[in-house]
Design a protein around this ligand. Structure first.
Ligand SMILES: [Cu+2]
Length: 140
């Protein structure tokens, strides 16, 4: 009996220890690093440089419209087909042109299915011609 309890405790502690690194991690990534969210940066290449795990946070930073800059937003596609084709009319708006200001627009990665991000400005022009699109696969 004593041996059985001890074995159970050891097993439980082992499981908890395995969970600790995941529970403890909640890294933040500024999309595009110091380049932020802008027309022309290759965000697919940017995303390849990192490994994203459950509960990490992406931060999209971009200036609100001020009369001279190029505004951006953040959209999410449901599937790779609409992502590949930059079908903005099939996407969901996550953050409008003003929400990237200040601390930026933040999204926690809580889905283990792929995320298909893009900028939806000018009916997909930024997505198609500005390489403002990237996929994130979140590991658990
Ligand atoms: Cu844009």
């Amino acid at each position: 009996m004593t041996m059985k309890v001890s074995a159970s405790v050891v097993a439980l502690v082992s499981i908890l220890l395995m969970l600790v690194p995941l529970a403890a991690r909640a890294d933040e990534f500024i999309v595009g690093d110091d380049q932020h969210w802008r027309f022309g940066l290759n965000y697919t290449a940017w995303a390849y440089e990192y490994t994203f795990v459950w509960n990490d946070t992406l931060v999209f930073k971009y200036d609100p419209p001020n009369g001279t800059n190029i505004p951006h937003n953040v959209v999410l596609f449901n599937n790779i087909h609409d992502y590949d084709a930059c079908n903005i009319n099939k996407s969901t708006l996550l953050a409008n042109v003003t929400q990237g200001a200040g601390e930026g627009f933040r999204i926690r990665l809580l889905n283990l299915t792929p995320y298909y991000f893009a900028c939806g400005i000018h009916e997909g022009f930024h997505c198609r011609n500005g390489t403002m699109k990237f996929t994130v696969i979140t590991l658990d």
